[in-house]
Design a protein around this ligand. Structure first.
Ligand code: F6P
Length: 325
């Protein structure tokens, strides 16, 4: 067991519902262990600029149910360079802090790993991103809420698609991964789901759409993951029109998927991982991400979280192939 006097927590990269619940859990667990805890405002940018504030149990009251992150977040280009990281390490030194918990996605973990390597800062990552594209955890904080948010939009689009006998292409987030698209597509009864992990052609899509019509379908819905090789939903709609002369309506759900009150699943995951992140530091761990796999806490070396690929659920892909359309 290591005696830790002071630690800091920050959120970085795209915000995700449940980040506040994770901060709250980190702060209260740390205080329970007699550790003085500090919040860094504005992610790595704030760390470089010295935006550090002490946090108390009361500073994190009433944030559990709120989307976004009250510590604010950023994507910092300057922190990707050694000079930026030197400034960030100097801030930590000034505050006499050598233990840092980073809540974010793989870009944030790259930064944490560099701080550990170059400046000997003890770092623990907590996976917070709606994309769920992090190796070493079944779920990332924010993913479950994003799926619920996207699904409620898809149900609404289905109503209007049915009323007008229209074909809709709905684009969801996910960066280069199809986790949100696959789950939302299955739960929303999409006729087709386009994920970056599986190749398809415009020609095939045209054929499928014609088959649905022949089978008596008058409206349909295709979920498109951003990052698909065929392009954005708008580009795919244009290609379908050009090649097969079929009209498609397009709806891009965009940043609506990042907001909103976190689901119970996300609050629970965030509360667990916040607690375990502090315990990991006390156990002397560093340069690892705390994750949750099969109902157990796990520790994954930070580089593995981006170097190893988390696969889509093959069985879900198979099931979707059978029950869609
Ligand atoms: O990583 C989360 C995410 O929402 C991705 O799904 C999306 O590609 C990206 O962030 C958008 O980032 P920004 O809000 O910086 O445009």
């Amino acid at each position: 067991m290591k005696k830790i006097q002071r630690l800091a927590v920050l959120t970085s990269g795209g915000d995700a519902p449940g980040m506040n619940a994770a901060i709250r859990s980190v702060v209260r667990t740390a205080i329970n262990e007699n550790i003085t805890v500090f919040g860094v405002y504005g992610g790595y940018k704030g760390l470089m600029e010295g935006e550090v504030m002490p946090l108390s149990r009361r500073s994190v009251s009433n944030i559990l149910q709120k989307g976004g992150t009250f510590l604010k977040t950023s994507r910092s280009e300057a922190f990707c360079h050694q000079a930026g990281r030197r400034r960030a390490a100097a801030t930590l030194k000034e505050w006499d802090i050598n233990d840092l918990i980073v809540i974010g996605g793989d870009g944030s973990f790259h930064g944490a790993h560099a701080l550990y390597n170059e400046h000997n800062v003890n770092v623990i990552g907590i996976p917070g991103t709606i994309d769920n594209d992090i190796y070493g955890t079944d779920l990332t904080i924010g993913y479950d809420t994003a799926v619920h948010t996207a699904l409620s939009s898809i149900d609404k689009i289905r109503d209007t698609a049915t009323s007008h006998d229209r074909l809709f292409l709905v684009e969801v987030m996910g960066r280069r991964a199809g986790f949100i698209a696959l789950e939302v597509g299955i739960c929303g009864g999409a006729e087709e789901i386009l994920v970056p992990e599986k190749e398809t052609t415009i020609d095939d899509l045209g054929k499928h759409i014609r088959n649905w019509s022949k089978a008596g379908k008058t409206s349909s819905l295709i979920v498109v993951a951003e990052g698909h090789k065929l392009g954005t939903a708008s580009e795919i709609a244009k290609s379908i029109k050009d090649l097969s002369n079929i009209d498609c309506h397009v709806c891009v759900l965009g940043h609506t998927q990042r907001g909103g009150s976190p689901t119970a699943t996300d609050r629970l995951l965030a509360s667990r991982l916040g607690y375990h992140a502090v315990q990991a530091l006390i156990k002397g761990k560093s340069d690892v991400m705390v994750g949750w796999i099969n109902d157990h806490v796990t520790y994954t070396p930070l580089p593995d979280t981006w170097e190893k690929k988390k696969p889509l659920d093959e069985e879900l892909l198979k099931i979707y192939g059978i029950i869609s359309a």
